[in-house]
Ligand binder design. Structure first.
Ligand code: GLN
Length: 484
């Protein structure tokens, strides 16, 4: 069966031309034929997925209609799907089974979506390339000598390679948008709180959000609408205004749309090929009557520092729960302190250890004011930049990353170089603003994305704007050359 879109398969399922069982089988077959090479998938439960598909078919036959009913989906391996492995890409949780469903996963399954696999990822979602998975990296389907981007590497590859039309990742500082840009798919990071974090393994709780991934904004809208909204299990969750528009997304109006280009994102560090792709993409907006103007977000220069101080501080606290007592791996060792130390030494990878150490340092007495507290102040200034700029423009358009996908090993010896790949993706999360990455074109044969950032709770408008762009362009329809 040919690769399909969520919207296309939705119509086929509703018309009775397709069955969920056939679509889920096609997804499973495609994974078997391609994933030996692409390595996007960590675990599957084919029998259970096929059973869920047959249930969806029965609901369809009974006349039920819902945006995701019968559609296959891949889940990042830090999201809890009851009874299935949730390794978070780490040895310390290898083989650990989720005791319950994450709220977003439960809502999708209740609406009839069918999870078919758990996806590879950087360990505990720390990374920008996918190379920090304890189980070996996923590969970029456009060129398997290159990284797919991270940390939601496997989820993005699953969509890019056509395993499933939908996937879920998580985005703390860019983890759905960066790989989406490297692999030519669309990914949304919602306003903080719109998707429940219950059952998403915590990395940095004040920044973590679940992010839907698909070929297009219209496909994303189907899954997003089913998941969005307040959840009593996550006190930071909240309802999304306009969510009723997601079940069938219409292109937003581009005429008169005020788009800001922040000067700080278009400096000399930007790859010239990426810059020229963006310029061409922006002409699509201006040709439709959008007003494009330069703006400034002056505190952007503090974003990487603030993000990596706050993120590592929260990581050091959140990951203290992996102690060999409550979850996963336990080292064989004498005393209790020795057991805890050895469990963490054996179970955690070097990037995770680096962040725990950095974060512990930032939070320690005597350094707290100079690092953690100062980073919080920078976060406030960055948030104010956004609030001020959104008084004059409706949304911002920026690059997603300074460059395109890079070769394996290019940045693993230099953590700073890896962190700098996130220069354009960490600012919006610090401010809690929604943002998305969508295919903008190709440079030297490799895809690159454009990022749209909107004010808090403008998620639906962002998707409608992306849909308008995708109705006028074909970049998102380009598929990588793949052979089994
Ligand atoms: N690359 C960023 C980091 O390593 C973002 C990761 C993420 O969004 N999960 O922290």
């Amino acid at each position: 069966m040919a690769v399909g879109t969520a919207v296309g398969w939705r119509e086929g399922l509703d018309a009775g031309d397709l069955s969920s069982e056939a679509l889920v089988r096609a997804s499973i077959d495609r994974i078997h034929s391609l994933d030996g090479h692409l390595r996007a998938i960590l675990s599957m439960d084919e029998g259970h997925s096929l059973q869920l598909a047959r249930k969806a078919d029965a609901r369809l036959r009974a006349g039920e209609r819902s945006p995701v009913l019968g559609l296959p989906i891949v889940l990042k391996d830090n999201l809890h799907w009851s009874g299935q492995q949730v390794s978070c890409g780490s040895r310390i949780l290898n083989g650990f089974l989720a005791p319950y469903d994450a709220t977003v996963v439960g809502r999708l399954i209740s609406a009839g979506a069918v999870p078919v696999a758990k996806a590879n990822m950087d360990e505990f979602a720390m990374g920008s390339s996918g190379e920090y998975s304890a189980f070996g990296p996923a590969r970029n389907p456009w060129d398997t000598a290159l990284v797919p981007g991270g940390s939601s590497s496997g989820s993005v590859v699953a969509v890019a390679a056509g395993y499933t039309p939908l996937a879920l990742g998580s985005d703390t500082g860019g983890s759905v948008r960066l790989p989406a840009s490297f692999c030519n798919v669309t990914a949304l990071r919602p306003t903080y709180g719109v998707l429940s974090r219950y059952g998403l393994t915590a990395m940095a709780s004040s920044l973590d959000q679940v992010g839907p991934i698909a070929a297009s904004a219209a496909d994303i809208a189907l899954a997003f609408g089913v998941m969005a909204g307040r959840d009593p299990m996550d006190s930071t969750s909240t309802d999304l205004p306009g969510s009723e528009r997601l079940a069938s997304l219409h292109p937003g109006k581009l005429k008169g749309l005020r788009i800001g280009l922040p000067a700080e994102y278009f400096g000399s560090g930007l790859d010239p090929g990426v810059r020229s792709v963006l310029e061409t993409a922006l002409e699509v907006f201006s040709a439709q009557g959008a007003e494009i103007r330069e703006v400034s977000l002056p505190h952007t220069r503090y974003a990487i520092d603030a993000y990596y101080l706050l993120c590592t501080s929260e990581v050091s606290s959140n990951l203290s729960r992996f102690d060999g007592i409550r979850y996963g791996h336990r080292a064989r060792a004498g005393s209790l302190p020795e057991m805890i130390a050895e469990t963490r030494d054996e179970g955690l990878g070097s990037e995770v250890k680096r962040r725990i150490l950095l974060g512990t340092f930032c939070l320690s007495k005597g350094y707290y004011d100079a690092f953690y507290l100062k980073a919080l102040k920078a976060r406030t200034l960055i948030t104010r930049d956004f609030e001020q700029v959104f008084e004059t423009v409706d949304l911002l358009a920026t690059p997603v990353s300074p460059g395109v996908a890079f070769p394996f090993g290019a940045k693993t010896d230099d953590p700073m170089a890896m962190y700098l790949a996130d220069a354009f993706t960490v600012t919006a999360p610090l401010a809690g603003m929604p943002c998305l990455s969508m295919p903008a074109g190709f440079t030297a044969g490799l895809p690159t994305g454009i990022q749209l950032i909107g004010p808090a709770f403008s998620d639906v408008m962002l998707l409608e704007t992306a849909h308008a762009f995708q109705s006028l362009t074909r970049h998102h329809l380009e598929m990588p050359p793949l052979s089994a």
